[in-house]
Write a protein that binds this ligand. Structure first.
Ligand code: DGL
Length: 267
């Protein structure tokens, strides 16, 4: 492991690009390799066993590219598969749950809403992480399974998104939460619609920035920060339809997104 080695970033699809963007803004000199498992997205409706198997494969692939640290930019994998990912990656691993919980605990007056995939909500990972930070925080969780396909389809605003958001979020609004954890890295794409549905008094928590901060701290602790000065290399892989991934990634990150290579797990 060398300081000049890249950081690996992994998600089931486009969602982890919200974390990738935060890492690139915070540490422009770091080389970053992204893998989106577009052949198998969504993970959120799969079994824990499938999620662990897919996540471990992704971790092994990124490890084979010589990464110095792995950021699991997927709440579903972070909630259900961290032990399998750690065994496969053999480098330090950072998930998105703890950073998101910390960011929510820092701003809430006591009632935190959590939205995520079915698997993440069922795992109870966020309520557990919040309870560990403060016994007085009350939580209310709701799965929003249609959000991920809307994002992967490129429908990030408009009347369909507004109607889906209003329906999913009504119980959280009724529970009078004052902070809402976007517990899926796809959801920040829908932030304007989610903010409109929740109203101006609810703080939306997107764990991307907090995860980037934690990654920086971890690299500093390990003495593995890349030398300052030159911009790090950016590399993108998808397990299916790399051109489609590139088109949407450019909409998200800008025209700097270069070639997206195919890495398939099929024999
Ligand atoms: N973006 C991922 C997450 O944070 C996964 C969404 C999915 O594949 O269902 O949970």
């Amino acid at each position: 492991m060398k300081a000049a080695s890249p950081i690996g970033v992994f998600d089931s699809g486009l969602g982890g690009l919200t974390v990738f963007g935060a890492l690139a803004r915070r540490m422009p000199e770091e080389a970053l390799i992204y893998f989106g498992d577009t052949a198998r997205v969504p993970y959120g409706s799969k079994s824990p066993e499938a999620i662990a198997r897919f996540s471990a494969q992704a971790a092994r692939f990124l490890a084979s590219r010589g990464i110095k640290l792995l950021v699991v930019a997927c709440n579903t994998s972070s909630a259900l598969a961290l032990p399998a990912i750690r065994r496969a990656a053999r480098v330090p691993v950072i998930g998105v749950i703890e950073p998101g919980a910390r960011a929510a605990a820092a701003v809430t007056r006591g009632r935190v809403g959590i939205v995520g995939t079915e698997a993440t909500v069922r795992s109870g990972a966020y309520p557990r992480a919040l309870r560990a930070l403060s016994a007085r925080i009350k939580t209310e969780s709701r799965p929003c399974p249609l959000f991920v396909p809307l994002v992967e389809e490129g429908w990030w605003n408009g009347p369909v998104v507004a109607a889906v958001a209003a329906r999913y979020l009504a119980p959280l609004k009724a529970a009078r939460v004052d902070a809402l954890i976007l517990g899926c890295t796809h959801y920040p794409y829908l932030k304007p619609a989610i903010a409109r549905a929740m109203g101006p008094r609810v703080r939306l928590i997107d764990s991307a920035e907090e995860t980037a901060r934690e990654t920086e701290r971890a690299l500093e602790g390990l003495g593995l920060r890349a030398p300052r000065g030159r911009r790090g290399r950016r590399e993108f892989y998808a397990s299916d339809a790399p051109d489609r991934f590139r088109r949407l990634a450019r909409r998200m990150l800008g025209p700097g997104v270069g070639q997206v290579k195919l890495h398939s797990f099929d024999a």
